[in-house]
Design a protein around this ligand. Sequence first.
Ligand SMILES: [Zn+2]
Length: 230
Amino acid sequence: MRWINDFIRLFFPRNCIVCGTPLVDGEEELCTACLLSLPEVHTANSNENLVERRLRGRVPVQHATALLVFHRKNSTQTILHQIKYSSNQKLAHIMGRQLGLHIAQSGQFDDVDIIVPVPLHRRKERRRGYNQSLLLCRGLAQTFERPIADGILVRTRHTESQTHKNRIERLENMKGVFAVTDPKALQGKHILLVDDVITTGATTEACYAALSSVDGLRVSIAALAVSGDT
Ligand SMILES: [Zn+2]
């Protein structure tokens, strides 16, 4: 069916996924105006690191950052929805590159050794066809050049949707969900754990619980978005 899509695109140019304006040459998924007005974390909240604040006292990370602030109905929500539920893998790659630029420019992550995506359960990944965090990592590694270790952190248990749970229920739901398959490979390393969105931080906390068993491991966090509502 791929040729049909290519054929359609040839005659019907794609539109910006946020504002619907037809894209021009050189624009991918987002028009330039939308790309330049993304709700970036540092412009929304200049003095506070929303991610570090969300994880403070729970996950002892080296550094933590996100590119975008997520609010209901803002353009970040559209982007996340496209990446997670509309199979827009190209957008994941593009946003990964943007996140990588943000990380490289911050200077805080220079001694990171390895990039690790937050894993999906095998069953969920098969159903979706991809892990959006791994796609973000691949884009990210183009602008922040580090090796990606996929499969070193795995999700051992499928968890039901977290959307309608409160914070305590989410934490309970996430206990023992992640495992490290090859602890030796991570010993003494500084890893950058990459997720699509941080809301309560329960997933990050559960990943850290699994990773904390590795000797001398340091963990930093990068997410495409952080929820500004919680
Ligand atoms: Zn637009």
